[in-house]
Design a protein around this ligand. Structure first.
Ligand code: NAG
Length: 238
């Protein structure tokens, strides 16, 4: 019992004192070190790090989304995204020369919130205003971040992410449940659910980006905050 307690106390102490994640330091360009280090950081990072201005991101409180795309007017509000702490890191590619890094990961997630929909979705007319539950199976994401190096007030070098680009693909399925479609008309609602759940791949490809973009921006904002509070010397192997 004692060694475990000692370890916990020591580890807690070192985390609090250094203000860094208790994961191995790597050379940035060493994926064999970076991938497991990122993997170890995922659940801690997604649980939130108040000292580093990193918000709780599993569950993530999403920013509102509103778009008018290919004939569909859609809004999503009061939405929560669940599952990011179970993300599996597939690759971390870091170029110090280009000041750019790419992180590939995949994850199962679900989104719940309030939606409004009007217009048409692919070929079908749609109208609705209610709750939406969206389950996404095996979403593969690539995050591409351009950054600069700057000095903080202590003169220590920090990474300042400047620009986020991302790609995603919903690989194994998207499942839609929406309440109050067509003012509660059950027949039309059932038809729409069948249509959505049969054509999930095309729908995720066509309309997924603004929704994933909202989550990606929140993640990016927290990554920016994290690096701001983490001098390179504290997080990177010399
Ligand atoms: C996603 O869920 C499936 C089962 O539905 C599971 O086999 C898979 O390992 C999960 N993937 C991740 C990244 O957790």
């Amino acid at each position: 019992m004692l060694p475990i307690v000692t370890y916990l106390v020591l580890c807690l102490f070192c985390v609090v004192r250094a203000g860094v994640l208790p994961v191995d330091k790597c050379k940035l360009t060493d994926p064999a070190c970076m991938v497991p280090a990122f993997q170890k950081a995922v659940p801690l990072f997604m649980a939130g790090l108040p000292d580093m201005d990193v918000d709780v991101m599993d569950v993530m409180k999403m920013d509102d989304v509103k778009f008018d795309l290919s004939g569909l007017q859609f809004s999503l509000s009061e939405a929560h995204l669940k599952g990011l702490k179970t993300s599996v890191i597939d690759n971390v590619k870091w170029s110090e020369k280009k000041k750019k890094f790419e992180v590939d990961f995949h994850v199962n997630t679900s989104i719940k919130g309030h939606y409004t929909a009007g217009g048409r979705i692919l070929i079908l007319p749609i109208t609705g205003d209610g709750q939406i539950t969206l389950k996404l199976k095996n979403v593969a994401v690539k995050f591409i971040v351009d950054y600069d190096l700057e000095k903080n007030d202590d003169g220590d070098e920090i990474i300042v992410p400047k620009k986020l680009d991302f790609q995603f693909e919903v690989k194994d399925g998207a499942h839609f449940t929406m309440t109050n479609l067509f003012n509660g008309n059950k027949e039309l609602s059932d038809t729409m659910h069948t249509f959505l759940n049969e054509n999930w791949k095309q729908i995720a490809g066509e309309f997924g980006r603004p929704i994933m973009g909202s989550a990606a921006n929140t993640l990016f904002k927290n990554v920016v905050n994290f690096f701001k509070k983490s001098p390179i010397k504290d997080i990177v192997a010399a």
